[in-house]
Design a protein around this ligand. Structure first.
Ligand code: SF4
Ligand code: SF4
Length: 230
């Protein structure tokens, strides 16, 4: 899932000057799970904006709507004609899909999108994948050294690993310590003899905006063309 956190309210309010109609748009997917931009949080932001408008005499018309997934057009039909300001409580992907769909609206971010991760405990979310585009976790016991090692080391641990912790903070486990222990548990310590070569970063962000085409989803003729058939 995509992890995000709510922007401070004063920052959001600062983006709304010049608005008339404001829609706080929540998402029931990732940002709801990480308690940043679901229905409950969106209602709270909507109420706070409405209160601010009343207190400061802004005259804003404020409403809220929470959709199933803000990153898919099919869930955004209620917004097609919207021309006001959208406070997006969805991740940066959802916010941009909404902006594409409603070119006359002004989309402002209500959350800061951080990373791809997973819940680790009540209200705690940790980064797990950096979307490098060339996954190697079969060599690292299913633990990503790119996202979870502070130095993204492909061969570790480094000298900063102490008692299972990373030198960056006493709260941060050393990913390579975890990898070594997991490989030991799995009886695959021999994998540590493999010197993982420098990574080919071309499938990562270095290549610009990425696009994945699922060939199975293409129409028949396009699939044939992809397979080199006449
Ligand atoms: S190796 Fe790359 S694709 Fe695999 S989990 Fe790590 S960042 Fe994600
Ligand atoms: S201590 Fe561990 S997690 Fe931290 S930078 Fe070194 S190898 Fe990576």
């Amino acid at each position: 899932m995509i992890i995000a956190e709510r922007k401070p309210l004063p920052e959001v309010l600062g983006m709304l000057d010049g608005s008339n109609e404001i829609l706080v748009l929540g998402c029931r997917s990732c940002t709801a799970i990480c308690l940043a931009g679901g229905e409950k949080e969106s209602k709270a932001v909507c109420e706070a904006i409405a209160l601010h408008s009343e207190l400061k005499g802004k005259g804003w018309k404020v409403d809220t709507l929470t959709v199933e997934r803000a990153c898919e057009n099919e869930f955004l039909t209620p917004l097609y004609e919207f021309k006001g300001t959208v406070v997006s409580m969805a991740c940066g992907v959802g916010a941009q899909v909404v902006q594409d769909l409603c070119p006359e609206a002004i989309v402002v971010p209500g959350v800061n999108t951080s990373n791809m991760g997973a819940p680790e405990g009540m209200g705690v979310f940790a980064e797990k994948c950096a979307g490098c585009g060339d996954c190697i976790i079969h060599l690292t016991a299913g633990i990503c050294p790119i996202a979870r090692c502070a130095k993204s080391l492909l061969n570790g641990p480094c000298g900063g690993s102490q008692n299972g912790l990373c030198e960056v903070s006493k709260d941060t486990p050393c990913a390579w310590d975890q990898i070594v222990k997991a490989l030991e548990r799995q009886g695959r310590l021999d994998l540590l003899n493999i010197n993982i070569p420098p990574k080919d970063w071309r499938p990562s962000r270095n290549g610009g905006p990425r696009r994945i085409v699922n060939q199975e989803a293409l129409p028949g003729s396009a699939q044939k063309e992809w397979r080199g058939e006449k």
